[in-house]
Design a protein around this ligand. Structure first.
Ligand SMILES: [Zn+2]
Ligand SMILES: [Zn+2]
Length: 259
């Protein structure tokens, strides 16, 4: 962040420019990932997860995403700006061979925990009205991830505004986590399974697109974001998930026509 401070200082304008740059970057990621996955899907029609077609057009989701990504960018900027100003408990750890993988994985695990429990709260009677707009999509598309209400977005992404206050994550690792989050979440909504593998099913904790697709289909399963351990531990993983991942692996190997 030294470069940032030299260029923009630490005043309010530095904070505003930070939001603008993060927002512009998030739009680039939204459209690049969206177009790349749309192309990949068109080349592999047999990998479609649900038989039903999406019932809404992409424009509605894109319009909503452009608003929600502004909120996410502000959350990221709050965390980075606070770290830059020294308002956090610890200064960021320097980049090194051990700090990059360690803080990346720790941040993913913490965010997954934040996301899982926040998501469970959003499914309660009191909070569901904030999450309902996202669930209007039963058959998600690559544009659906950020579409929803602002309270919904804050539940998932306030993590980025808060975590740097207590954890000295290097800023580049923090941004790398957010990039991974945005890309993997877009792929997680793309409606086609391209990434089924052994590591995405029992006993491994990783996921593939089917995971969140089943959340949209069946509603009360698969609440987590990056890993399956919270859902497995709490008994909220969909009973067919592991078998269907294996079916997609067989589809790739040419042993089946349809997973
Ligand atoms: Zn949900
Ligand atoms: Zn979703």
């Amino acid at each position: 962040m030294d470069f940032w401070i030299r260029t923009f200082g630490t005043g309010l304008e530095a904070f505003v420019v930070l939001i603008a740059v993060l927002y512009a970057a998030s739009l680039v990621v939204l459209f690049t990932t969206g177009m790349a996955m749309t192309l990949l899907n068109s080349r592999h029609p047999g990998r479609k997860i649900q038989k039903r077609q999406p019932t809404h057009d992409a424009i509605r989701d894109i319009r909503s995403s452009t608003i929600q990504l502004m909120i996410t960018s502000t959350c990221l900027a709050i965390g980075l700006y606070a770290q830059m100003r020294g308002w956090t408990l610890f200064p960021p750890v320097a980049l090194s061979w051990w700090s990059v993988p360690l803080f990346f994985v720790v941040s993913l695990i913490l965010h997954d925990t934040w996301f899982y429990w926040g998501h469970r709260i959003l499914h309660t009677r009191l909070f569901y009205r904030f999450h309902k707009p996202h669930h209007m999509t039963v058959t998600p598309t690559v544009w659906s991830n950020d579409a929803g209400s602002s309270v919904d977005t804050l539940f998932a992404h306030s993590y980025y505004a808060l975590v740097l206050f207590v954890l000295p994550i290097p800023p580049l690792v923090f941004l790398g986590h957010r990039l991974f989050d945005q890309v993997s979440a877009a792929i997680g909504h793309c409606g086609y399974e391209h990434f089924a593998s052994r590591s995405a099913r029992k006993p491994w904790p990783l996921l593939c697109t089917l995971y969140h697709d089943q959340h949209h289909q069946y509603f009360v399963y698969n609440y987590a974001n990056y890993f399956s351990f919270w859902d497995r531990f709490c008994g909220t993983i969909h009973p067919t998930y592991d078998d269907r991942v294996e079916s997609f692996e067989e589809l790739y190997a040419g042993k089946r026509d349809q997973a």
